[in-house]
Design a protein around this ligand. Sequence first.
Ligand SMILES: *Cc1c(COP(=O)(O)O)cnc(C)c1O
Length: 487
Amino acid sequence: MAAETPEAPECPPESLPGAHMSPAEFRRHGHAVVDWIADYLEGIEARPVLSRAEPGSIAAKLPKHPPATGEPFEAILSDMDAIVMPGVTHWQHPSFFAYFNSNASGPSILGELLSAGLGVQGMLWATSPACTEVETVMMDWLLELLGLPDAFRSTGAGGGVIQDSASSATLCAILAARERATGWRTDRAGVDRRLCVYASEQTHSSIEKAVRIAGLGRDNLRAVACDARGALDPAALTAAIAADRAAGHTPCAVIATIGTTSSHAIDPVRAMGAICRAEGIWLHVDAAHAGPAAVCPAYRWIHDGVELADSYCTNPHKWMFTNFDCDAFWVRDRAALVRTLSVLPEYLRNAATASGRVIDYRDWQIPLGRRFRALKLWFVMRHYGVAGLRRHIEGHVALAQRFAGWVEADPDFELAVPAPLNLVCFRHTGGDAINEAIMQRLNDSGALYLTHTRIGDRFTLRLCVGGTHTEARHVEDAWRRIRAAAA
Ligand SMILES: *Cc1c(COP(=O)(O)O)cnc(C)c1O
């Protein structure tokens, strides 16, 4: 029986409820939104850094059901203030010193807006050549900016790609390592060996998540011992690999961290690279937060030995003025990554792909679809230039170092570990309870936001200086308040 054809609506579309926003309306509301963002950033210091919302309080202000008919844009925007803002922690506040920053900037926000405006989905080169080609060149620019090895350049066998997060980049690296170690047996037939992954005890939680998602099993992630500073001990790595080989297992990947999340420890990448080369193991370097320090020649030493790595990632969305999400991921052998992740169905076949002359970034990541993220990176690098980026990042490190100096000079406080860059781990000498109380008082005050870790099993405060608008006066104020909170 033939299905009935629905009748075409009789009235013209603009008189139907929920008409599309016309270009003229978009222009008007768009200006209002840009004004709203500019006002927000201009007045951000007056807000308490940490949201004081109680669990469920924001959800309770939202209607239970979607609106039956469309609402005026003014009403929607005014609910940003009424409903959303009380539940926002102000990550761009200059006194945000918690976790690692996720800094943003005017050029980045505007690049993101343009990406949304184009609404491009760049899964294939053919689905928007500019989306792919701008990204390839930006990754080569960024490689140069960070002093990364030429082996990662797109003009050779390597190349870079923008991922949503360091977690995804690491997952891609571990998947490629797994496939390389098992001869790309995607049918898995005959693959019954245990594949082992090695990382320090201080490695980020995303490594275990990647190992689990990759199907390697959490028990096959080896937590390698660290020195007192939190950096991996290469002798312990060698011993762990030898023990696994003796047990008939296959070492598959090693993860080195440049700037651990707890304490900014820097693993000995060169020594780990030598071990991986000798053993034929994939070395992935996770420099999610600390990587942008290498924009400054004075801190380029953090990348010592990276030329021995198979892959590397860092997050411009943490410390390079590029709003979330933007992780930069490079591989030495892009063929290994593409072979791991490529599946080509008929409906994606096209002449450009068949020619072999273009990059299809869908083969370099887990999802198929992808946004035009390279625009914000392009805008950031052009707005600041190399000199501007250096000046701001050096400024952050200098402020953190000054703060570390004040801690060291105060008899009531101590550094938990030396601070190599812009993260200072410190504590009051009076024990865990007073440090917990200091953090609680400061965060409750709304004036600043700090988080903690445990080092040597002692409660330790962390202060990270990486906010786009953080200046000396904010760090000075933080130190004054920390001392007052201890009194
Ligand atoms: C922040 C961080 C990650 C995770 O970053 P995402 O981009 O949020 O996945 C991984 N490793 C280190 C060392 C980090 O600091």
